[in-house]
Design a binder for this molecule. Structure first.
Ligand code: ADP
Ligand code: MG
Length: 346
């Protein structure tokens, strides 16, 4: 097939996306496809074919994207508007976070009529909005940490927010932007004196802030490919929580796949992962993040509709445990895109 890989973009996960893009381009070539690459932040100019898009790899901290966003607001629109889609069979989305993952780019691609990998507009938008996802999880009987959402007017009274936390689940709690990824803007707040700073930090990334009960326990994740849950991965991050540095710096986390949990518990979390995937209407592939509480229950945190796709990432790790090597995985994801139900209007 002839495949366009869309990567980069202007979100805080730009670097991670370029790194996924590099791996995907190489793997698609290895699988025998013809590949073109486009950076959604750079308009219509195709990337070079050398497959090196992020010299030096992902840094310790996310890039400062404010300048990039200002310069390239129209770039994704331009890239998709001016690209001649008749020359490709499928678009492979290597974007992470922001408009690449929240349904915006998916809507633009729907207008072109070209199939693209992963979930459609609605599932992408729901999954990116953690509060919306949690409402659906609760409706479907999928356990998720207790939570509430704050908007700007709630932030005017720190003491009211503190009381609300103390009356609901207490400290420690987790403060995170409602629609970010890669643990950017997230803080575990152990005591109320740290709350103000945590709220300010989350506010830099979103106008809506999610406050959640902190679930002590283990970190597990379940990939889904097509309608099959992949073997469970346990993450053992050096920092206790799986933050940006532990996610993208080699050696800062240990991974165990399949996770060392009983067969019965493994089946249980896989079933919940698939249920969460379906509840949001996801397609193709995704990854569902969990905390495994000390009460032996699984707490669903979120669904990632465009999860990391370097050869060291978690979905590829789960797939490999089933004997699916990385080039075969990306090949399958590309083929699943061709089988997707078309949006009703097209
Ligand atoms: N309620 C929670 N209890 C304990 N740890 C949490 C909680 N929420 C998030 N974390 C930690 O922060 C990480 C990122 O949170 P997550 O909700 O998955 O957002 P992101 O989209 O940034 O990945 C998790 O993988 C976990 O390590
Ligand atoms: Mg996560």
């Amino acid at each position: 097939m002839k495949i366009l890989v869309l990567m980069g973009g202007t979100s805080a996960e730009r670097d991670v996306s370029l790194s996924s893009g590099e791996a995907i381009v190489q793997a698609l070539k290895d699988a025998g496809h013809q590949v073109l690459a486009l950076d959604a932040a750079q308009g219509q100019k195709l990337l070079s074919n050398d497959g090196k898009y992020l010299p030096g790899g992902v840094k310790q901290k996310p890039p400062d994207v404010a300048e990039l966003v200002r310069k390239s607001k129209q770039a994704a629109l331009e890239a998709i508007h001016s690209f001649d889609f008749s020359e490709v069979d499928v678009v492979f989305l290597a974007l992470h976070g922001g408009q690449g993952e929240d349904g915006t780019i998916q809507a633009l691609l729907d207008l072109t009529g070209k199939p693209y990998t992963g979930s459609g507009v609605l599932a992408s938008a729901l999954a990116m909005d953690k509060a919306m996802s949690k409402k659906i999880f609760e409706r479907e009987g999928i356990l998720t940490p207790e939570w509430f959402l704050l908007n700007d007017s709630d932030l005017s009274s720190l003491s009211a927010v503190t009381s609300r936390i103390e009356e609901s689940f207490g400290f420690p709690c987790v403060v995170k932007p409602n629609n970010q990824g890669s643990t950017v803007g997230l803080t575990v707040v152990n005591e109320k004196k740290y709350l103000k700073k945590a709220l300010e930090c989350a506010r830099e990334y979103s106008g809506r802030i999610l406050v959640e009960d902190f679930i002590a326990g283990r970190e597990l994740t379940v990939g889904v490919l097509g309608d099959t849950p992949l073997p469970v991965v346990e993450i053992i991050p050096e920092h206790g929580i799986y933050d940006y540095e532990c996610k993208y710096t080699h050696g800062k986390s240990n991974y165990v796949c399949p996770a060392e949990i009983s067969e019965e518990k493994g089946k249980e979390i896989q079933a919940i992962g698939l249920k969460a995937f379906k509840a949001l209407g996801c397609e193709g592939y995704a990854r569902v993040d969990f905390r495994y509480g000390e009460d032996q229950r699984f707490y669903c945190l979120e669904v990632n509709t465009l999860p990391g796709m370097t050869s060291l990432s978690l979905v590829p790790m789960g797939a490999k445990a089933l004997g699916i090597e990385f080039p075969e995985l990306v090949d399958r994801i590309a083929r699943l895109a061709l089988k997707k139900e078309k949006p009703k209007s097209s």
